[in-house]
Write a new protein. Structure first.
Ligand SMILES: [Zn+2]
Length: 371
């Protein structure tokens, strides 16, 4: 496959680079805000751009059911539909299917049958169907259909998930894609050395544009997750982007960047906003707390987001307590900016060969806030 990635600098295992997509270059490490239903909840695409977003994630599962990929294709594709002209990565929908385990009716070598969360109707995903769906959406990066086994699964079931993930990746690799669309393979195998190595070896043999580490951050112990990331990332080709699926807490982001991860996504910034909390260098602030009633400071002194440059904690607390939509929006803008800025600063630190010091200082500040 084509060269979708340029490595610009390495500092230890940490990497600074660029992912080249049909809708522009993505400087890495890159945090991808999640636009589940073709929107990052409450945030306008122009605001996302201003916050420093370089690539968005869309969820194939949700878009497939509502409003449907054919309708989106008819209206010019996902970029035009949601008025975001930058890069978009779509997942395959597999993670939603396999994490909503109660909805699964049957899994076989051909695909998975499940009940839609929207209306309970039986639906089926195969490597071919999710490839077609992502082609219709016209995303810049499509993901392979994989099986993310739950953390408590038996080894034989984990092995079966790895086997089917490779089988499906092989089939999806052969399906025509939208023009310029990249395709990433997803390695499974949890923290099992042999199975994770096998999965990575089989997928890299297929030669994808990039590789994701799936099946992590699903409930296993954090030290084990980081240890697995470290040795698994080393097994991936240096010339391809590496995507850690589903991490977005400030500490976790720094840990995976240090271990050689280039891209990551998480709903944490916007989900945290919906609980009335702000990510700051003083730790997570729960704005519902009475302590903020007369607090005239911004959420975070060092933040340049539209919330921090104009509004006080007291005002945002008032909005949250009155369930005003602006409160939710301001917290979302701030939390996204916090992670995007952290990631951008990590990139600069890697380029300057001082990532270890940068990470130590950032973790120190976050730990002090938590104490
Ligand atoms: Zn802010």
């Amino acid at each position: 496959m084509s060269d979708a990635y340029t490595l610009l600098a390495a500092d230890g295992a940490a990497r600074a680079g660029v992912v080249h997509t049909a809708h522009g270059d993505v400087p890495t490490p890159a945090f991808m805000p999640v636009g589940t239903k073709a929107t990052v909840k409450t945030v306008d695409p122009d605001e996302l751009r201003a916050l420093g977003t370089t690539i968005l994630l869309g969820n194939t599962y949700h878009l497939h059911f509502r409003p449907g990929e054919d309708l989106i294709a008819e209206l010019g594709g996902l970029h035009r539909f949601m008025a975001w002209d930058g890069p978009i990565l779509t997942d395959s929908g597999g993670f939603q299917v396999f994490s909503l385990r109660d909805t699964i009716a049957a899994v076989d070598d051909d695909g998975v049958t499940f009940r839609s969360v929207y209306d309970g109707a039986l639906a089926r995903f195969t490597p071919e169907s999710v490839a077609r769906c992502q082609s219709q959406l016209g995303s810049d990066i499509a993901m392979c259909l994989d099986i993310c086994a739950p953390v408590e699964v038996s080894r034989s079931e984990l092995e079966e998930a790895v086997r089917r993930t490779t089988l499906w990746a092989t089939r999806q690799r052969a399906v025509p894609r939208a023009e310029g669309q990249l395709l990433f393979g997803i390695a499974q195998g949890a923290s099992d050395q042999e199975l994770r190595r096998r999965s990575i070896a089989e997928l890299t043999e297929l030669d994808f544009d990039g590789y994701a580490l799936g099946g992590l951050a699903i409930g296993e112990e954090r030290p084990l997750m980081f240890e697995t990331t470290a040795w698994a990332a080393k097994l991936l080709p240096e010339t391809k982007p590496r995507y850690f699926m589903g991490i977005g807490d400030p500490e976790g982001v720094l840990e995976v960047i240090e271990r050689g991860v280039d891209m990551f996504d998480c709903v944490l910034p916007t989900r945290t906003a919906r609980t009335g909390s702000a990510l700051t260098w003083e730790g997570r602030l729960n704005l519902r707390n009475a302590a903020f009633a007369r607090d005239a400071r911004p959420l975070d002194d060092s933040c340049s987001c539209p919330a921090c440059t104009r509004f006080t904690r007291a005002y945002i607390r008032h909005l949250i307590n009155q369930q005003e939509l602006l409160g939710l929006r301001l917290l979302s803008l701030h939390n996204l900016r916090f992670l995007l800025e952290l990631t951008a600063n990590a990139r600069v630190a890697i380029e300057q060969g001082r990532f270890a010091a940068f990470k130590a200082e950032a973790l120190g500040r976050l730990a002090a806030a938590a104490a």
